[in-house]
Design a protein around this ligand. Structure first.
Ligand SMILES: [Zn+2]
Length: 374
């Protein structure tokens, strides 16, 4: 028995390895089979290929239990004074104008709450007066914390076009205080001679509809006044502006645009404004800084003197003035006086025969300014 046991054991140890060597497939051999790969095409798209694993699906990886994001340490918002922000910066430059519009501002407290409504603004800008100004903005938050900032405003003159000297023997006929019924025949005469002129108009009476015709026929339209009431107009700067703008509105209604030329009621050298000392000195500068050009005259028809005169008298005075200002003449007439209007035909005829040109004023025309008396 012992011997047979030995034989069996020998058989087990000798034969089993041989059987194995004779091709019994082992798992390792299978795993060496080529694993299908995804096919990459020229266009870089990948065709999905299902891959079956020869073995059982691997155990899923143990999932990491999700961890809550770390709670941030509570940080304290630093307590600071409120912050005022000036839109447009703390230094602005504006052109002279009839009004000033603040570019804007806002304020926040340290928590970011908008406290703009609590801003107090002090300081003044005189928008039509060239110079430097300061505006102060102050705000206080709930905690009594206070901030103040200052804005510097520089008012500069409006830039004006260069004056261009006209050829010799240029005449600018100008007519004040209209339009009225006579203006219609005046426009007819100007048209007949193909001459241009300038109308410094009154806004509150007369034939304001003729402003449109004058403009459309190539004549210049400038502001004279709305009321022509010296006492009212020269009371102060604001009163002058009110009168000026009332006239501008009439002109815009008739021509579609505002004008930038004007003539002071009574001229810039008037003394009727004397009750307000220095008003003409101030207004002449202010109006030029605002971008308007005023014209006085170097030839007067003498048609507003109150003395009787004929159209022949007017013609003689104007022609004489044209001769003595042969470089350029700015002639003052009034189209509310019939004799003055009647003289225009002969003035134009004489001018044509003697080589004069009649033009309308504009911002590039040479200025004629009287000596300011007040
Ligand atoms: Zn006048």
């Amino acid at each position: 028995m012992k011997r047979s046991v030995c034989i069996v054991l020998i058989c087990v140890f000798l034969i089993l390895p041989i059987v194995s060597a004779c091709g019994v497939t082992r798992p390792e051999a299978i795993s060496e089979a080529p694993i299908p790969t995804a096919e990459v095409r020229a266009d870089d798209t990948v065709e999905a290929i299902s891959v079956s694993t020869p073995f059982a699906t691997p155990e899923p990886l143990p999932t990491v239990p999700p961890t809550a994001p770390p709670t941030p340490e509570p940080t304290e918002i630093p307590v600071t004074d409120p912050v005022i922000t000036l839109i447009g910066g703390d230094s602005v430059q504006v052109e002279a104008d009839f009004y000033f519009t603040d570019p804007g501002y806002f304020a926040d407290d340290y928590l970011g709450n908008n406290i703009t409504s609590r801003i107090e603004v002090s300081g003044e800008v005189i928008p039509y007066k060239v110079g430097n100004y300061s505006i102060t903005y102050s705000v206080t938050d709930d905690g009594g914390r206070h901030s103040t900032v200052v804005r510097h405003v520089e008012v500069v003159p409006v830039e004006m076009p260069e004056i261009v000297m006209p050829p010799e023997k240029t005449v600018y006929l100008t007519f004040d205080d209209g339009p009225c019924g006579y203006t219609e025949q005046l426009l007819d005469v100007l048209k007949k001679h193909n001459a241009k002129a300038t109308f410094f108009v009154i806004g509150n009476k007369g034939r304001t509809d003729l402003i449109k015709r004058a403009y459309e026929e190539g004549h210049a339209v400038g502001v004279h006044t709305y009321t022509h009431d010296y006492k009212k107009i020269y009371k102060n700067e604001q009163a002058f502006f009110n009168d000026f703008w009332a006239t501008q509105e009439v002109i815009k209604e008739q021509t579609g645009s505002y004008t930038r030329i004007f003539r002071f009621p009574g001229g810039s050298g008037n003394t009727v404004s004397r009750r307000n000392k220095g008003i003409m000195t101030r207004l002449t500068k202010i109006m030029e800084d605002l971008g308007y050009r005023y014209f006085d005259w170097n030839v007067s028809a003498g048609d507003a003197s109150g003395q009787p005169y004929s159209s022949g008298d007017v013609k003689n005075r104007v022609v004489s003035g044209m001769k003595s200002h042969s470089d350029y003449a700015v002639v003052l007439q009034h189209d509310i006086h019939l004799q003055s209007v009647k003289a225009v035909d002969s003035i134009l005829t004489w001018g044509e025969q003697n080589g004069y040109t009649f033009l309308a004023l504009d911002l590039t025309s040479p200025v004629v300014h009287s000596q300011v008396q007040n």
